[in-house]
Design a protein around this ligand. Sequence first.
Ligand code: HEC
Length: 243
Amino acid sequence: MFGLHYNLERNAIGLVLAIVVVAGIGGFIEIAPLFTIDETVEQDADMRVYTPLEVAGRNIYIREGCYACHSQMIRTLRDDVDRYGPYSLAVESQYDHPMLWGSKRTGPDLARVGDKYSDAWNTAHLNNPRDLVPESKMPAYRWLLRNELKTEDLGLHLAALRKVGVPYTDEMIANASIDAYAQANPDTNDAPALAERYGDATHIRMFDGDGARLTEMDALVAYLQVLGKMTDAAYQPDLPEAQ
Ligand code: HEC
């Protein structure tokens, strides 16, 4: 063994070839799972897309670095499933660009936090976690309630997501800004069109409790409330696999 290594180190071409072979084996093992990706990712016709307000909330989630403390992937382990619900399926993050699975859990996993708490709870918690959970280590995000949400570029965000495969229609892209306002304001005339575009299950309500202003809090709470609710694939016993 050591003799082989000794000789190899003295033979430049042999060493290069050996490196290529060893790195090739490692590389193959890394990409091998991709050969079966079509069978791995489930297909669900009911998978819905994020509304513009939810996309804005997701962008805020990324901006604030929530993924540094929260994962969004329930593992197949027994205690994960007992605590958070059915383990995460690939299809559930099909439209997540970039994915936010995370690898650090200072706080709990958020993959199924949608509908777990009321909007009022989430708003108060993000504003100052210690008002609700006295021992919480989570930072307070007070500016979310103060900051007006920027909506003029939401159409561009949707168009960019469409480029990577999220099925947004031209109509959704053209109305992104109006739809964002409508979702946090049930009384506007635009709310029915929003529900028609994104489905009746769309949450249309004043997420931060104040209908007069559209804030970053509205967007982030709207996003949190759909986590784990984009498809019920995880609750179906036999989901057909993609062909
Ligand atoms: C420094 C780490 C840290 C960061 C950053 C952080 N959190 Fe948390 N989060 C926690 C901890 C710890 C808890 C558990 C205690 C509590 O409920 O406050 C928690 C709890 C939560 C919960 C309740 C989860 C449940 O199932 O009870 C939600 C929702 C949440 N965080 C959302 C967020 C969002 C959104 C952000 C980004 C704006 C964020 N967190 C940033 C640490 C963090």
